[in-house]
Design a protein. Structure first.
Length: 432
């Protein structure tokens, strides 16, 4: 495999001879309705390949580029459906400021309603066995217990101990690189979940157009190939007589630090240590600040997305496996991090500061968790006001006015029981 020599590792090129493959769309007609068929994965002659449009290499474990320490996703290094807590033992240790490359695995294609068999699930959509990730196969076939109803769906890689981190510190997580591991993903909708529980997918399971996407328990999974179009990679979905293509914007839906409890922490609700935030702004170039809860922080990552719309209304985004490279830095109280980040997750990009609001950041520790989107919005506004006041000296009355006139508040997601809202505050407005 490759490592970046600038980080003290030898570098090796991608495996040669990966055959060019492309998704060729096939259609099926059911009862006179329009084209609703699946996607066929076929090889295409290399001579037809335009410069810069070659196939996405399959990043099997140990294949391809890494920077810094490397953590694979194996039955020994992942949790399925749960997050690390204070009792968790680290699977890797790094120092503050180190780089770590983490293989993350999408749960879509290995869940029980999809057969817990990625070879069959993806094979039914035309994906050859050598294009199925070995770690997906290993985890699906392992003896790891997983309950689709009661456990979270996510495969969570970690935790990584960052030596010297202590409760009261901040872990600064810089997202340096997100490599796509496969050229396909899945968008799913399951009963009782999503933005319209009881209405979707329940109301459409007998619609003939739904038939190609039904899985066990009348849940729905829409297999989505990735193609190079208009100079960039796009997800492609079928529609009658045509397709709809949308650009990818990869990010990790789940990044966090361990919670200070012995209680098992389901992977679905986000919390004060981060977790399943599902904020699409957390792509390459972003920085996430997390309040450290336990010694050595115990960082983890998972729920990789190729792209997500704000809200994530169907239940999942375009879920697909990624290899992430992160710089993990411990910041002590008074150090270079927003003050709010010592008590609440916070993020920034080159162009924006991003305060968060969660409906109940302690939901799993409360008897009656708050799931109100209104409460998430209120918390996001409060955190944005406090951030502007503390970091710029702006009077709170002026900060409230500025946010109303110039900032945007987005629904991060409405599907994770603990709802999320995040604010986008333009740095350019402050001359930065």
């Amino acid at each position: 495999m490759q490592a970046d020599g600038t980080e003290g590792h030898a570098e090796q090129s991608f495996v040669d001879g990966v055959a060019r493959r492309n998704f060729l769309r096939a259609t099926a007609v059911l009862g006179g309705v329009g084209a609703v068929g699946g996607q066929i994965f076929r090889p295409e002659p290399a001579a037809a390949q335009a410069p810069g449009t070659g196939p996405l290499p399959i990043l099997q474990p140990g294949v391809g580029r890494v920077r810094g320490a490397y953590l694979r996703a194996t039955p020994e290094t992942v949790k399925w459906g749960y997050l690390p807590n204070r009792a968790s033992r680290p699977v890797l240790k790094v120092r503050s400021g180190d780089l770590v490359t983490i293989d993350t695995l999408s749960h879509e294609g290995i869940l029980e309603d999809q057969g817990r068999d990625p070879d069959t699930y993806f094979g039914d959509h035309g994906v050859p066995r050598d294009q199925v990730l070995d770690d997906a196969r290993a985890i699906a076939r392992s003896s790891m217990k997983h309950d689709l109803i009661n456990d979270g769906p996510h495969v969570v890689t970690g935790p990584v101990a960052v030596t010297g981190a202590r409760p009261g510190d901040v872990l600064k997580v810089e997202v340096l690189e997100l490599q796509k591991r496969v050229p396909y993903g899945v968008v799913s909708s399951r009963h009782g979940l999503g933005a319209l529980p009881g209405e979707y997918p329940e109301s459409i399971v007998h619609d003939p157009q739904t038939a190609p996407y039904l899985i066990k328990s009348d849940n729905i999974s829409v297999f989505t190939p990735v193609e190079h179009r208009q100079g960039d990679w796009h997800g492609v979905l079928p529609m009658p007589g045509s397709t709809v293509a949308f650009p990818l914007a990869p990010f990790m839906g789940l990044m966090g630090v361990a919670t200070d409890t012995d209680k098992p922490m389901n992977s679905v609700p986000p919390n004060l240590g981060g977790g399943n935030l599902d904020i699409k702004m957390l792509g390459v170039g972003s920085t996430l600040y997390l309040p450290v809860q336990v010694p050595d922080a115990l960082f983890f990552a998972g729920d990789p997305h190729f792209v997500q719309g704000d809200g994530e209304v169907a239940l999942t985004a375009l879920e697909a496996s990624l290899r992430g490279t992160f710089r993990l830095t411990v910041i002590k109280p008074g150090g270079p991090a927003p003050r709010i980040a010592f008590s609440y997750p916070f993020a920034e990009t080159a162009g924006h500061w991003i305060p968060f609001g969660l409906s109940d950041p302690n939901a799993q520790l409360n008897k009656h968790p708050n799931t109100s989107l209104d409460e998430a919005m209120k918390t996001a506004v409060r955190n944005a006001i406090n951030f502007l006041h503390e970091e710029t000296g702006m009077a709170k009355a002026v900060a409230y006015a500025y946010l109303s006139a110039a900032a945007d508040f987005h629904v991060s997601q409405v599907v994770d029981s603990t709802k999320g809202v995040h604010a986008l505050i333009r740095k350019a407005d402050f001359g930065r």
